[in-house]
Design a binder for this molecule. Structure first.
Ligand code: ZN
Ligand code: ZN
Length: 56
């Protein structure tokens, strides 16, 4: 399910997805497409993965 709104993690206006665990509405940059989880739930480690994905 997708809708426009403000990302709960980075705060930008974008097409949002809801995390299946926490229900947080996050943009595609803050969502791990492989798991369907927000970055907070999918990996509580570093932000390095997120930055790497932006360059793919
Ligand atoms: Zn975001
Ligand atoms: Zn989450």
């Amino acid at each position: 399910m997708e809708l426009m709104g403000i990302c709960n993690i980075c705060g930008k206006t974008a097409r949002l997805n809801s995390c299946v665990i926490c229900g947080r509405l996050v943009c595609s940059d803050c969502m791990d497409a492989r798991t369907g989880l927000c970055i907070r739930c999918s990996h509580g480690r570093s932000y390095q993965d997120m930055h790497e994905k932006k360059f793919e």
